[in-house]
Design a protein around this ligand. Sequence first.
Ligand SMILES: [Fe+2]
Length: 289
Amino acid sequence: MARLDQRHPAGAPGPWFVDERCIDCDAARHVAPGLIVRNPDDGVSVFARQPTTEAEVAMAWRAVLVCPTRSVGHETSRQPPADVFPHDLGDGVHRLGHNALESFGAHSYLVVRDGANLMVDAPRWTRQLVDPIAALGGVDVVLLTHRDDVADADRYAAHFGAEVVIHAADRGAAPYADRLLEGTDPVEVASGVTAFPVPGHTRGSVLYHVDGHLLFSGDSLAWDPRRERLMAFRDACWFSWEAQAESLDRFAASGLTFDRLFCGHGWSHDADPATFTASLDELVGRMRR
Ligand SMILES: [Fe+2]
């Protein structure tokens, strides 16, 4: 629960606040854009203004439940509404919230689809998600994008009887995985789901391309809203920046296009496939300079 006695003084006056335990993972800003912003003085999250509309109050509650340090709160209202997460983002994709501190607040997703429901990376284990996920049909396959963001994937997989997929190079983070990806060749891991290994951010990073137009990028690729272009995290590249550029170049040449990008860290984004393709080419060029 957020600590009122540690309320950040730079936040907008009013009942909603962020406390000073914020680790600047960005997650709250992703679910409450414009409402929660980065404080220019210290880089952590604060409320730019208090929510006024029903939609903004819903955004604030999402921020409460997405925050891995539980730093977002309301002075008196402590009980979130029942339906905050999973948050339906369209095309069967749901943000799961409840981001884990071990994942440094990475986002995870449930994709509800004919055939096989997917969980992409995992939230922390909470009963608040189990029943709603079950109501959406449960989980058939857990797709892990890389070693950093596995959180409580093992518990969700065990509960729902799901198969777990990770790249062999990152297997140490999920020794319970049922299926290990090898090398860099793309593999169809379920009908309509292509795993595309992209060593770089970590040795075993993987992109998952789903149903012809959805791309789950883990921490290998994100959108930069300020510059309106794709980006990669050079300061959070744990294996090889050169390899990451090579991997993203291979993906760009694969013909697997997308119009919806869902990230672990960083900003997700929707754009037409041509925009993403051009931006990906430009990113690879920038990474190699
Ligand atoms: Fe990561």
